[in-house]
Structures are given as C-alpha cells and as structure tokens.
Design a protein around this ligand. Structure first.
Ligand SMILES: C[C@H](O)[C@H](O)[C@H]1CNC2=NC(N)=NC(=O)C2=N1
Length: 104
C-alpha cells in the first residue's frame, strides 16, 4: 500500500522542490524543462525512463522538440506520495546532468 503525503510533509515541498508546482485541481506535481534541442531533451528522458523503471514509479510526460513537461502523481495512492518526491528529486539531478537550459 502506498501512503499519501501528510499535510506537514506537503508544507515542506516548496523548499525541497522549488522548481515544481502543484497542478491546479489535482494532487500532482508539475515541472517544465527546456533543453537546447531534441537530442538533449530525449537523452534526459531516456535517463529518467531508466530511473523510473528502476523504482517502478513512472512519470506522465509530454515532449515537443526541446521541451519536456512532467507530471508526477501516485495512481495507487490517488495523489502524492513519497515516491513522487523521490522521483522529482532524481529528475532534478538528471536535468542538471543533462544540461537543462531553463527550469519552469
Ligand atoms: C503494478 C505497478 O507496480 C504499479 O501500477 C505502479 C507502476 N508505476 C506507477 N507510477 C506511478 N506514477 N504511480 C503508480 O501508482 C504506479 N504504480
């Protein structure tokens, strides 16, 4: 069973994940990233895909050329769980290593 994030845990998210926003009307996190071209964006997506598969927690995402939009939520919990925070932190790391050009 996956446990939803507690209220106090949610209050810390702004500090821990400053580049992520809450999706309006949904218990989910969102970040948009811009890379220099499609190749850079897709390289980043490949790294995220491997990281996601390794922890069995998968992003909802959308890509157009150099832009990647990512939404994180735990379907098994009906909203945010610690798994989303873990994946978001990993994504932030991989974005830096993949030469992300701009954050949100
Ligand atoms: C059966 C499988 O373990 C589950 O469906 C996993 C797979 N990846 C997942 N990813 C996300 N984002 N949320 C989930 O609840 C989830 N559940």
């Amino acid at each position: 069973m996956v446990v939803p994030l507690t209220t106090s845990r949610r209050a810390e998210l702004g500090q821990q994940l400053p580049l992520w926003r809450m999706v309006p009307g949904r218990d989910a996190l969102f970040r948009s990233l811009v890379f220099s071209d499609f190749s850079q964006a897709f390289g980043f997506m490949s790294r995220v895909a491997l990281a996601a598969e390794a922890i069995n927690h998968h992003p909802e995402w959308f890509n157009v050329w150099n832009r990647v939009e990512i939404t994180l939520s735990t379907h098994d919990a009906g909203g945010l769980s610690e798994r989303d925070v873990d994946l978001a932190l990993r994504i932030d790391q991989l974005a830096l290593e993949s030469g992300v050009r701009s954050g949100i």
